[in-house]
Design a protein. Sequence first.
Length: 251
Amino acid sequence: MSAQPDEGRTASDAELLLEVEAVEAAYGEIHALRGIDLAVRRGQIVTLLGANGAGKTTTLKTISGLVRALSGRIRLAGRDITGLKAHEIARLGLVHVPEGRHILRGLTVEENLELGAFTVRDAATRRRRLREVYEQFPILGERRGQDGSLLSGGEQQMLAIGRALMQEPQILLLDEPSMGLAPKLVTETMGIIRRLNEGGTTILLVEQNARLALQLADYGYVLENGEIRLENSAEALRADRSIVEAYMGSG
């Protein structure tokens, strides 16, 4: 696997938090991932770019255990998590916020959040984490008794992220967090992601708005037909004319 350049950081191999090496995955007869290699260092935001169907969502699902890797290795903080079940991986601190938010209808905001701590047995720890989520997202505290599915799109995205934070993740996998949101809410959501990262959360981001993703990220990978075609610092990708024309518009 190719190592990321330091780009002004002093990161070493020991600081790699997530390593994906030669991973292959399929949906039935469809070979979705073809030898994917990527790395995320502790404290980074890394983004995956690519057209619809390139394999971005499948990459996240395979890392988080929702799709089984056919071959290759996935390591979290040096531990091989390949083949572990999704709830086992979440317990280790890798938490996936899927595309579409998946807020459960009929459950309150607080009940949706509590589902995020399903692996935590200690009641005091669950209460502390719930309090911290409400401090991060005060609107959720104000609406804790409402049906979570009746929140606005932006509030539902906060709820989905808050539910993930109930696991106190080492790394968050975010799939299309701005999808379906008005421009103002997209900006707010990107601000939330930046604050989470500044607070110490490492993030692997799939985002339809490539321009915003590369403004947030430290490093990026470009997927095409299930393969990594290009990787570089986010700054270098922003300056790459082929990337600008393909994903951000030539104007």
